[in-house]
Design a protein around this ligand. Sequence first.
Ligand code: ITT
Length: 199
Amino acid sequence: MAIPLLCSTRNAHKLGEIRAILGPAFEVWDLSTIPELGEVEESGVTFEENAALKALAASRYFDGWVLADDSGLEADALGGEPGVRSARFAGELATDSDNRHLLIQRLLALPSQRFAARFRCTIVIAKNQKIFGTFHGTVEGHLIPEVRGGGGFGYDPLFIPEGHTVTFAELPAELKNTLSHRARALHAFRNWAAEAIAR
Ligand code: ITT
């Protein structure tokens, strides 16, 4: 029987990827089922702290397993920026397009031609307002200072994963979902869940 899991995110793209990666073993609910949960302030300074804040906040309203994903992009040439501020890089109300535009500007101002970068994802699992597990996933690659491809979301059109020649936004979604930071963190979660939840 599928395991009910509340996904504490307001990002529909993220939710879609989580559903696709976890498959039918999990019945993934979203925050539309919990209108009383307001915006969670992501005041942490690490992905782990922010994922924990989101997981614990939703766990107050849901009597079951809760999953929160905090993720972002780190560019070496920018000292790890945008990092935990990936969603708000160009400001509190920034769109994905605003964030990409600012990142392209920042990269074009640098002398280097190749920009090593990685996506990181941290998944925190909570139940009854306690944290039961934290799982990490990373994908290395490099950034290009132009938008390429129409798939994915966020910084995908700027990021070429290691071993590939096209961006995440040019790869089929199924392929991104086998090698992404999110896929890797969720794989670790699934291994843990097979022992800890599904017994
Ligand atoms: P929730 O907090 O509601 O889950 P969010 O979009 O604010 O949604 P984060 O705080 O984790 O999520 O910020 C992650 C940002 O990093 C996201 O807005 C994207 O810009 C970027 N990002 C994360 N994963 C990505 C991916 O797989 N592809 C492209 N960009 C990604």
